[in-house]
Design a protein. Structure first.
Length: 350
């Protein structure tokens, strides 16, 4: 039996940052993840995808962000159960929980923090009759290694942030980038839309809207796509790769059977501390929902911070915690090491 103060289900960015925030409160964490390594989608699906909204980083690759979060959490010595899925939860008479994985590993914990991102997921595939024939032959639904597209002709289809960001990124790698969307308006960030328009004006991105890819051409590999543009005859765009980026189809999996309040495949929480309808069970990051919810990594970090404060009060109801800025108090690791705040900073604050 593995015992811990906080059991975190999901070892993505939000789960990893929870280890750090809990560590500041001297709370021990253990993480469960179905993937064989920490990092969640950032390491498994798009490690080379640039992220632009992490404070202090104008741009950072998803995989690099994961590594920095792992490094940040190491001082608090978290435990990991990787390659296993959280299957069942049982509340005990002493108010603790026992969470068992699909492989029978049992974890006893005072607090459960569900940080499962989108849960289990698979790419949403376009309804193109022959697309399955070209999977791994030039059709990719996820970009893991951008160098694969160097000096290649790439067609991207989609209208969200992922399609926009990858079109921008690959414009400096591929020989040709064509972005196709079924509407003239995009769902992604305005800044990204403006950047795509700028690159179009510079001749670095070919933008085709409103249009849809109706077929994939080739024999042993992709050689082009058939495009249908509103008000025009169908035409062919040459391509070495076709990348439809229509998002992921999320599923909560076994967690959906835990008696939690669910809305549109997400877990409803109280924004006071991101606790679910089950006391002691919290949900943070993309897996939760509440009025005004934004599915951003930085929002997950905020939710994790408040959740840890609430968890501390639940574990130690009669103990008062006085928050200290890390710039003043430093950081004590579970290994006995201590990172002190610079004396100049302390003196300035005093």
């Amino acid at each position: 039996m593995i015992t811990t103060d906080i059991l975190i289900i999901g070892a993505g960015p939000t789960g990893l940052f929870t280890v750090f925030e809990a560590g500041l409160l001297k709370l021990k964490c253990h993480l469960i993840d179905a993937l064989p390594q920490p990092g969640g989608q950032c390491s498994e699906i798009y490690p080379k995808k640039p992220i632009y909204d992490i404070p202090a980083y104008p741009e950072i690759l998803a995989g690099d962000l994961t590594q920095k979060l792992i490094e940040q959490s190491k001082q608090f010595e978290p435990g990991f159960t990787l390659g296993e899925r959280a299957e069942t939860i049982e509340k005990q008479e002493n108010e603790t929980f026992i969470v068992t994985t699909n492989k029978g590993t049992k974890h006893q914990t005072k607090i459960v923090a569900i940080a499962g991102g989108l849960g289990s997921f698979e790419p949403r595939k376009p309804l193109i009759p022959n697309i399955a024939d070209f999977e791994d032959k030039g059709v990719e639904y996820i970009i893991k290694e951008p160098e694969l597209y160097r000096d290649k002709k790439v067609v991207i289809s989609g209208g969200g942030d992922s399609a926009l960001d990858w079109a921008i990124f690959l414009s400096n790698i591929a020989s040709e980038v064509t972005l196709i969307h079924r509407r003239n308006e995009f769902r992604g960030a305005l800044d990204s839309v403006e950047k795509v328009q700028e690159l179009k004006n510079l001749g670095k991105i070919r933008l085709i809207t409103p249009a849809e890819v109706r077929g994939v051409l080739g024999t042993d590999k992709v050689t082009g796509v058939a495009v249908e543009k509103k008000g025009e005859d169908s035409f062919i765009v040459d391509a070495d790769h076709f990348i439809p980026l229509f998002g992921l189809s999320p599923k909560l999996g076994p967690i959906g059977n835990w008696g939690l309040s669910i809305e549109k495949n997400a877990i409803k929480v109280d924004t006071f501390d991101y606790q679910t309808n089950i006391p002691g069970v919290y949900a943070i990051g993309d897996v939760n929902t509440y009025p005004g919810k934004l599915k951003l990594i930085l929002c997950g970090f905020h939710e994790a911070t408040l959740m840890c404060q609430s968890a501390y009060k639940r574990i130690f109801p009669n103990k008062k915690y006085v928050m200290k800025y890390t710039t003043v108090g430093g950081v004590d690791g579970f290994d006995g090491t201590r990172k002190e705040a610079p004396k100049a900073v302390v003196k300035a604050i005093e």
